[in-house]
Every structure is written in structure tokens, then in C-alpha cells.
Write a protein that binds this ligand. Structure first.
Ligand code: UD1
Ligand code: UDP
Length: 439
């Protein structure tokens, strides 16, 4: 079996690393395609060094550009590589333009696509990432979703539950593994002269940093939080826009704000672990903070990681100055609130996501169910039906007994559940998809 990995940006390198480690451990043939969307040393190469990854087999070198141009160049180049390499499966991770390009290129070639971190939804179509996620999931053959909530998002979009694997998120694998290494090797605390508590800030989401009003509100909020020592590793997009909107200098001159270049993963994990609180609009950092028991303030109006909010470890504050400063003041002045946020349960698994994903791929491959083949039976789809189950029967037993029925969703006292094969159906309501064979 041959796996093609596609990555393009900082978080994809970090979240794919545990999978690359896992397949190297098992000696599975693979190629790594870097689109080159992130190209600065501190946005790309630094992570290869920190995570001890082999250099990519291909680097498309797409660089920065408009979404259309960037995606088109990546699609064209990825297509050529996939035709030459003929992998058995292509893996993409998350929601960047590399995921969009890779998903379309692979699915049009009928190469099965595995989407790592599938099923996330912010339901905000102004976010480029939301479009990328939805399109990727239309093209996907195997969905590796972090939580039951993300699995249900796909179920309600009509996707086949048998193609969905709830694995946790590989960020937990990356966090656990690398924090230990970082504790031994990172010099960041002495390099930055840190002795007391700090607050980490990251910011790069297009809807925040490309919008002058929002960026100004956030800048004013952090200027006002002058009792805190704020460490701000600044994303290149944010540097560009802070300068463009005339906000950079005031932040740079503020004594309580330490603006630094983006740091490597090991240094960043140490900064997070020394931090009292994190303020961010990053997706990955919302996940890492709940993994590391660090309260998170998310500078957004919605999140595709609602599990972190429900668990109590993350608060959405939007971008209004008063809401940001008041929320931070309240969390830091009320030890009960702070403690509750710290103790929120991590919804993203036990750090074995990479192992589960590779196990699932291998099983599907050796069961001969990976290939995308044209249908041979004339199956007609008869619709969705609601049914109350009276007998003692699991999802798998029900489907074995009723060959042309598929359990889509199970409702237990009004709550939707993912139809795990071992789930007991007695006294539950189920939605089924009904098919019939025409010949
Ligand atoms: C991209 C992803 C976003 C992800 C983020 C991770 C898309 C649509 N966006 O956003 O989902 O959360 O990566 O960090 O795929 N730049 C540099 N050097 C670099 C890379 C970028 O200077 O190495 C600057 C360029 O001016 C570029 C800007 O940053 O125009 C934005 O880069 P881009 O890759 O388009 O989007 P990100 O904001 O990084
Ligand atoms: N990160 C890092 N150095 C930094 C800032 C972030 O290593 O200076 C890591 C962080 O730990 C997380 C990932 O980058 O794993 C998140 O990337 P980003 O916020 O750019 O993208 P998103 O997750 O929002 O797509």
C-alpha cells in the first residue's frame, strides 16, 4: 500500500507528523507532497526540524496568492504527481487551500481520499476554511473525525456512517509526544527572559486581521491589558496587516507586549505550558489549550471546535474591546471560574489518533473496500424513514438482518447519537436509509 500525504501550512505539518511517524514505524510506502503555501523558515522548515520529519518528496512552491490562483496551481501540480505516483490513498488534513486542491485533484482521479479532521463545521461561509472543509468532505472516501459531534455533522449532511471513523485529533498525539521533548531541549524561556506568568496571544484568521476595525479593536484590547505580560508570536499575515493599518508601532512600543517571530513547535509548547491563559483565533491552539489544561479565550464569533466551549475550557469573545478585556478580567480574578476552565475535559482523545487512523486505512485496504469502483448493482434509493425499535438488537445486527437498510442516526430521548456498530437500539428511535435492489 502506498499513501500520499499532502501538506501546505504550519498546522498541517504539526498534525500530520504523528501519522508520518506511525507509517514510518510500520514501514508503509509513502510520499510527502508540500504545496509550499507556507514557505518562510519559521512557518515551515522549522517544523520539519523540530518534529524530525524527512524532507518532502515534492515541493510545489506555490507561495502566496489569491485563493483561485493558489488552488489552481496546486491542483494542476498535485494531479501530475498523483498520476505519476499512483498512490492507493491520498491523505489531507484540516481545511486549508492545500486540502481543497488535494481533495479535488484526488477525487477526480478516483483515488480514495482520507480526510483527517473531517466533519468540522463553523457554519460560517465567509470563512475560506469552511468552504474548504465542506468541499473536501464531498470528495472524501474515509472520514477521520475527531469527535462524535463532528461525526454527526457529516451524518446530517447525508454521508455514509460506515465511512466515518471517530479517532480523536492527532494534535493530542503531537502535544503529548513533543511536550516531553520540549521540556528537555527548548531554550525559549531563557531566550525571552521569562520568569513570571505570561499570556500567549496568536492571531492570523483572515476575518480578523484583514479587517481594519476588528484588528484595531483587538490591538486596543491588548494595549489595555497592561497588567499582563503578553507574548505575541506574530503570523506573517498579521505583521503585514498591523503595518498596513498603522497598528504595529504602538504594540511594539508597549512594555507589556513582547512581539516575536513565530516560534517552532517545541518552543511554542513550552510557551503554552508556562502561560496562564491563551488568547487566539487559531483552530489548533483551541485544541491544544484544552489538551494542556490551559483556559482559552477565542477571538472569534463562532468556532468549528464547539466541543471545547461545551466542555468549559474555551470562551468565544468576538473582537469587541470591552468584551475581551472584561472576560479576561473576570477569568483571572475569579479562581473558581479559572479552575473550572482549567479542568475542562479534553474532547479530542487519548493521543492515539494516528494509530487509529492508520489501523482503519489498513483494514479498509485489506478488506478490498478502499478502491473507488463504478456500481454494478442497480440500487434504488427509497428515502429516509423514522422507526422505533422494540427488539434487543445492535446497529450491526440490525443491518445484517435488513440488508437494504442502513441506520443513519439513533435518537435516545431526543439526543442524536452516532450509529456505532455495537450501539444497542432497543427502545430507541432510528432514522434509516432504505434501498432496494432492482435486478
Ligand atoms: C493559512 C490557511 C489557514 C490556516 C493558516 C495557518 C487557507 C485559506 N488559509 O492562512 O486556514 O489557519 O494558514 O497558519 O489555506 N506569508 C508569509 N510567509 C509564509 C506564508 C504566508 O509571509 O510563509 C504571508 C503572505 O503575505 C501571505 C499571507 O501571509 O499573503 C497569508 O498567507 P496564506 O497562506 O494565504 O494564508 P494564512 O493566513 O497563512
Ligand atoms: N504554533 C507554533 N508556533 C507559533 C504559533 C503557533 O508552533 O508561533 C503552532 C500551534 O502550536 C498549533 C499550530 O501552530 O499547533 C496552529 O497553527 P495556526 O494557528 O497557524 O493555524 P490553525 O490551527 O488556525 O489552522
Amino acid at each position: 500500500m502506498k499513501i500520499a500525504f499532502i501538506i501546505g501550512t504550519r498546522p498541517e505539518i504539526i498534525k500530520m507528523a504523528p501519522l508520518l511517524d506511525e507509517i514510518e514505524k510500520r514501514d508503509i510506502e509513502h510520499i510527502l507532497i508540500h504545496t509550499g503555501q507556507h514557505y518562510d523558515q519559521e512557518m515551515s522548515e522549522q517544523f520539519f526540524d523540530d518534529l524530525k520529519l524527512s524532507q518532502p518528496d515534492y515541493n510545489i512552491g506555490v507561495g502566496s496568492g489569491s485563493h483561485g490562483k493558489q488552488t489552481a496551481v496546486m491542483m494542476e501540480e498535485i494531479e501530475k504527481i498523483l498520476v505519476d505516483e499512483a498512490p492507493d490513498i491520498v491523505l489531507v488534513e484540516g481545511d486549508t487551500n492545500a486540502v481543497l486542491a488535494g481533495s479535488i485533484a484526488a477525487s477526480k482521479l478516483h483515488i480514495p481520499l482520507g480526510h483527517v479532521e473531517a466533519g468540522l463545521r463553523s457554519y460560517d461561509k465567509t470563512m475560506p476554511e469552511e468552504i474548504n472543509r465542506v468541499v473536501a468532505d464531498v470528495c472524501t472516501k474515509l472520514f477521520f473525525v475527531p469527535t462524535e459531534e463532528s461525526a454527526l455533522n457529516l451524518i446530517f449532511e447525508g454521508l455514509n456512517p460506515h465511512d466515518i471513523f471517530i479517532t480523536g485529533n492527532t494534535i493530542v498525539d503531537a502535544c503529548i509526544r513533543n511536550l516531553k521533548i520540549a521540556e528537555e531541549s527548548s531554550q525559549i524561556t531563557s531566550k525571552l527572559n521569562l520568569n513570571g506568568e505570561v499570556l500567549i496571544l496568536t492571531l492570523h484568521r483572515a476575518e480578523n486581521v484583514d479587517n481594519a476595525t476588528r484588528l484595531q479593536n483587538i490591538a486596543e484590547a491588548i494595549l489595555e491589558l497592561d497588567e499582563l505580560h503578553i507574548i505575541f508570536p506574530v503570523h506573517p499575515r498579521t505583521v503585514k496587516n498591523l503595518k498596513k493599518f498603522g497598528l504595529y508601532q504602538a504594540l511594539e512600543e508597549a512594555k507589556h507586549i513582547q512581539m516575536i517571530k513565530p516560534v517552532g513547535y517545541l518552543d511554542f509548547l513550552i510557551l503554552l505550558s508556562r502561560s496562564k491563559l491563551v488568547m487566539t483565533d487559531s483552530g489548533g491552539i483551541q485544541e491544544e489549550s484544552i489538551t494542556l489544561n490551559l483556559p482559552c479565550i477565542t477571538l472569534r464569533y463562532n468556532t468549528e471546535r464547539p466541543e471545547t466551549v461545551t466542555a468549559g475550557g474555551n470562551v468565544l469573545v468576538g473582537t469587541e474591546k470591552e468584551v475581551i478585556t472584561e472576560t479576561i478580567g473576570k477569568i483571572l480574578s475569579d479562581s473558581d471560574v479559572y479552575q473550572k476552565m482549567k479542568e475542562a475535559n479534553n474532547p479530542y482523545g487519548d493521543g492515539k489518533a494516528a494509530e487509529k487512523i492508520i489501523n482503519a486505512i489498513i483494514k479498509v485496504y485489506y478488506d478490498n473496500k478502499l478502491e473507488i469502483t463504478p456500481p454494478e448493482d442497480i440500487l434504488s434509493y427509497e428515502g429516509h424513514y423514522l422507526q422505533k425499535v422494540d427488539e434487543k438488537i445492535t446497529v450491526a445486527e440490525f443491518e445484517r438482518k435488513n440488508k437494504y437498510l442502513r441506520v443513519r442516526t439513533v435518537f435516545d430521548k431526543g439526543e442524536a447519537l452516532f450509529p456505532h456498530s455495537s450501539l444497542q437500539l432497543k427502545d430507541k428511535n432510528i432514522i434509516i436509509d432504505r434501498f432496494s435492489l432492482q435486478r
